[in-house]
Design a protein around this ligand. Structure first.
Ligand code: C5P
Length: 246
């Protein structure tokens, strides 16, 4: 499928407990989408070699390990991720300014020598509903917006948020990219996700990347499920700038 201008990217989350299965699904999805997400389960099993194999298949790799540690440790982890060719990675905004700036410095230091991953800050997990975040009284959407504003000020490339928060985030930080999990086509089970949106709703809100795991992985034909999501995305109007700037 040819991508319409300005249409967000669809990323498949390869959340499976088996390296070969992950590579098999990726192979099936070649030519349908360009991005794979390697999360903590798959990276624990497959490590850098798996990232390499996905890159050999031609995919961009999003390493979703959600770094959260002291600045020194996170900076070293970012440099390591850059050295294995990761294209985009996540760290927690709640790690704070020093941690996020150390990560950016580490990324920029390797940028000349190797490809530099984009750094995205996790705001509030899409599995959190109201009142579920320990020690946080603000509503998830409000807190996500606060963290996204901080991420923009620190210079992160983007944030991970629910599609429901994209409009407010882009209104105050138009250049910040929004990567949205919690995507559920009509009728798909939400599972543990709470702040969900359909693919079309997320596109209309101005999301830049949509991450989808179970609705593709658990389908009888993953490639067909991914193509259907892409068709829904294609049919949805992308907002005009600045809200839709990407
Ligand atoms: O299966 P499902 O579509 O819910 O998968 C969503 C993916 O996005 C998972 O791999 C999950 O780890 C990831 N994710 C998320 N919420 C965040 C950040 C990442 O669901 N805030």
């Amino acid at each position: 499928m040819t991508r319409r201008n300005g249409m967000p990217q669809l990323i498949v989350a390869l959340d499976v407990p088996d390296r070969e299965k992950a590579l098999g699904i990726a192979r099936e999805l070649r030519g349908v989408l360009d991005w794979c997400k390697v999360g903590m389960e798959l990276f624990t099993l497959g490590g850098p070699l798996l990232v390499e194999r996905l890159k050999e298949q031609g995919f961009h790799v999003f390493l979703d390990l959600k770094f959260y540690d002291i600045p020194h440790t996170v900076a070293r982890a970012v440099a390591a991720a850059a050295s294995i060719g990761v294209d985009l990675l996540t760290l927690h905004c709640q790690g704070g300014e020093r941690m996020c700036r150390a990560a950016l410095e580490a990324r920029d230091a390797v940028a000349a020598a190797s490809s530099a991953p984009r750094l995205f800050g996790v705001t509030v997990l899409t599995s959190f509903g109201p009142g579920e975040m320990p020690g946080i009284t603000a509503a998830p959407g409000i807190f996500a917006h606060e963290l996204a504003s901080a991420a923009a000020a620190w210079g992160l490339d983007g944030v991970v948020c629910s599609g429901r928060e994209v409009r407010a985030i882009k209104a105050s930080a138009p250049a910040l990219r929004c990567l949205c999990p919690g995507i559920r086509p009509d009728g798909a089970e939400a599972g543990d996700q709470r702040r969900t949106m359909t693919p079309a709703e997320a596109v209309r809100a101005g999301a830049d990347y949509l991450v989808v795991g179970r609705p593709i992985l658990q389908a009888d034909a993953p490639a067909r499920a991914a193509a259907a999501i892409l068709e829904e995305m294609q049919a949805a109007p992308v907002p005009s700038s600045p809200a839709g700037m990407r």
